[in-house]
Design a protein around this ligand. Structure first.
Ligand code: BG6
Length: 478
């Protein structure tokens, strides 16, 4: 279904995110027929380009990030015809009157701030000052949204001086992932799971976001953030909220975000013994974390595992284990709901422990697996074995099914539609920082050094101990 005609301005239009995600994502939506002919994408950045030079850059980005047979030349040309460019100074005066002249007031206006966070404020101020934005224009801001509660509040205030909360779209691209949205569909679209979704039936929950990439190339940013700020405060926190929240009354922006906020506010402070931080090391030259960042003594973590408790009626006593890290064994992200043992085994103790596990794989091989216990086939008596009921989205969609769209495609179209459900509200971001800040402060004050872990492993040994000491274990990263 096509969205309304729009003018989308990408500040930072020549940057990495625009090239890798935003422009290819828009092109795919264009191919899908979602971009009405009158719509335009306007790159805005410092380089003194004209439209043609920018179009050449966009073309190169499509060639790099879209497979050849998915970009017929005539479609690329038609898409490029909608691309424009304005050279602009985010902190000065240059370019703003050109942008103003170019923008139309009778279409949806969206301004994507794909720039360093220090420019969010100046951009909002200038859009206002130059009267570029119409009354219901949208602004899209990328993470990191602040680096602590204080800076996030300041940012919310600055944006709030010029735009209403209903105009601000704070992106967490994890919310745009198909499987993450599916998590809500599975929970609230089926009768089967929700009655069991509580402390009476759930033993614990595991959330893993494992990456094989390191910080090479972005060490300067990463070393000032670490896994806690880069991944937990936003992406993992959002996943946690979707699993733990109460059913919203409707799938609408404030109903969903109100429920997520309650989860963050119900999080207990985390004991220092329930957090394991790690840093990757390698015997190969230049491959260790400390060789890829400026500070050779850096105490920043590239891995973190932790145990959280949610203090509310539904989840009292159910630990949520989170882990994420770089340079691990495999790229594998999943959420696993591990159910309790059946209360009584009619088959006798020696049959061992069998637990149902509902695993939602976010990437790769997006899908859902439900582990069930059955009788081992054959004449060997009543032996139990655990087997997966497996569903991958690829299989479910069939060979002619659409490719799973990238998170950014969905989110950008939601901005144009004016749907904020999959975007973070200001109070949510602040609540997440309010919970995160004391933990970070704690390990900085203690001068804690992250534990080393080998590149290609599952993280530091202590992360396994975090589970073992309570008779549990992490699911394999594969
Ligand atoms: C980003 C982080 O937000 O998410 C990166 O800054 C991380 O460090 C990335 O690699 C992971 O996203 P995805 O979609 O590849 O899982």
């Amino acid at each position: 279904i096509p969205v309304d005609p729009f003018d989308l301005v990408i500040f930072g239009g020549t940057g990495d995110l625009a090239r890798r995600k935003i422009l290819p994502g828009l092109f795919r939506r264009f191919l899908a027929g979602q971009m009405p002919p009158e719509s335009r994408v306007i790159g805005a950045a410092r380089s003194e380009y004209g439209d043609d030079e920018y179009r050449a850059e966009v073309k190169a980005a499509l060639e790099e990030f879209i497979a050849k047979d998915s970009r017929p030349a005539k479609d690329v040309k038609a898409f490029l015809d909608r691309i424009h460019y304005v050279a602009i100074d985010a902190t000065g005066k240059a370019g703003w009157s050109d942008l103003k002249k170019l923008l139309r007031s009778d279409v949806v206006q969206a301004f994507y701030f794909s720039v360093a966070p220090s420019l969010f404020g100046p951009l909002a101020e200038r859009l206002h000052e130059w009267k570029c934005a119409v009354k219901d224009a949208r602004i899209v801001v990328e993470k990191p949204f602040g680096r602590d509660l204080e800076s996030a509040r300041a940012l919310n205030r600055t944006l709030g001086d010029h735009f209403d909360e209903s105009q601000i779209y704070r992106i967490d691209h994890y919310l745009g992932k198909e499987t993450v949205q599916n998590l809500m569909a599975v929970r609230f679209g089926n009768m089967l799971f929700e009655p069991l979704w509580n402390a009476q039936y759930v033993d614990h929950v595991q959330i893993t976001v494992a990456e094989t990439v390191g910080v090479n190339g972005r060490g300067a940013y990463y070393d000032k953030s670490g896994a806690m700020r880069d991944m937990v405060q936003n992406h993992l926190m959002q996943l946690l909220c979707l699993i733990a929240m109460e059913p919203p009354s409707r799938f609408d922006p404030d109903a969903v975000r109100d429920e997520k906020l309650k989860v963050i506010r119900a999080l207990d402070p985390v004991d220092k013994n329930d957090i394991v931080r790690g840093q990757y090391v390698s015997e190969e030259d230049g491959e260790s974390y400390l060789e890829q960042v400026e500070d050779p003594d850096s105490l920043t973590e590239s891995f973190i595992a932790m145990k959280l408790n949610i203090s509310n009626w539904r989840w009292a006593g159910v630990p949520f284990y989170l882990r994420t890290g770089k340079k691990l064994k495999a790229r594998a992200s999943e959420i696993a709901i591990v159910f309790k043992d059946a209360p009584h085994s009619i088959f006798g103790q020696e049959l061992g422990r069998h637990r149902n596990i509902l695993a939602i794989r976010l990437q790769p091989n997006e899908g859902i697996t439900l582990g069930v216990t059955i009788k081992e086939p054959g004449p060997g008596g009543m032996r139990l074995v655990d087997v997966p009921l497996d569903m991958t989205f690829k299989d479910a969609l069939g060979p002619d099914g659409d490719e799973i769209p990238d998170a950014y495609e969905r989110l950008i179209m939601d901005v144009i539609r004016g749907n904020q459900t999959l975007f973070m509200r200001g109070d949510e971001v602040e609540a997440a920082w309010a919970w995160t800040d004391p933990l970070i402060k704690g390990w900085i004050e203690r001068g804690e050094r992250p534990k080393s872990y080998d590149v290609g492993s599952t993280g530091p040994e202590d992360a396994a101990v975090l589970m073992h000491r309570e008779g549990r274990k992490w699911r394999d990263i594969k």
